[in-house]
Structure formats: C-alpha cells, structure tokens
Design a protein around this ligand. Structure first.
Ligand SMILES: [Zn+2]
Length: 106
C-alpha cells in the first residue's frame, strides 16, 4: 500500500488540488484557473506539463475603467462614421447627422 501523500492546496499547471476524489483511487479533486472542477490522476499531474481542465472557459480580462470609457467613446464615434458612410453611399448626409459628426470631432 503506497503512502498517501497530501496534495491539498498544491498546484500543478492550472489545476489546484482540493481533496482526494471519493471512490477513485489515485484521483484528486481540484479546480482549474478557469473555474471548472476536475478530477485528475495524481500520477499524471506530477509529470511536467501545462495541466488544464481540458475545456477551459475563457478567463475574463480586467479592463481599466479609463480603457473601457475610451472603447465606448470610440465605438460611439465608429457608429456615427458608419452612419455617415452609409448616408454618403446613398447620396446625401442628413444635416442632423452631419452636425453630430462635427460635434464629436471638436
Ligand atoms: Zn480550465
């Protein structure tokens, strides 16, 4: 009988182990950095490599408030530009749209 080592709290690649899996000798329960829960063979985890859950959810990126505000402003400007291009393609720019366009350029 091999000595049961405690891997609780240990991290292998992206997996942080919690406790031995119930009814699955050699397996541990843990959590991937993406949030998915996993059960992995400890023998596999101890091998070098980037261990993941294998079905990672995208980890949301943290966007600074100033960056988020700038993105919103640029998207708003882009919407106006697209409206103006569409208007020009059909042959005229409505006065109200032209005024809005010049307002964001000041
Ligand atoms: Zn994952």
């Amino acid at each position: 009988m091999p000595v049961k080592r405690n891997y609780s709290g240990r991290t292998f690649g992206q997996i942080t182990l919690d406790a031995p899996a119930e009814n699955r000798p050699g397996y541990w329960k843990g959590r991937c950095i993406c949030g998915n829960e996993v059960q992995k063979r400890i023998d596999n985890l101890k091998r070098p490599g980037n261990h993941t859950c294998g079905r990672c959810k995208p980890v949301p990126r943290i966007v600074e408030p100033e960056t988020a505000a700038r993105i919103a402003a640029l998207e708003a400007a882009l919407t106006l530009i697209r409206q103006e291009i569409a208007a020009m393609r059909i042959g005229h720019v409505p006065l109200e749209l032209a005024n809005r366009q010049s307002a964001i350029c000041e």
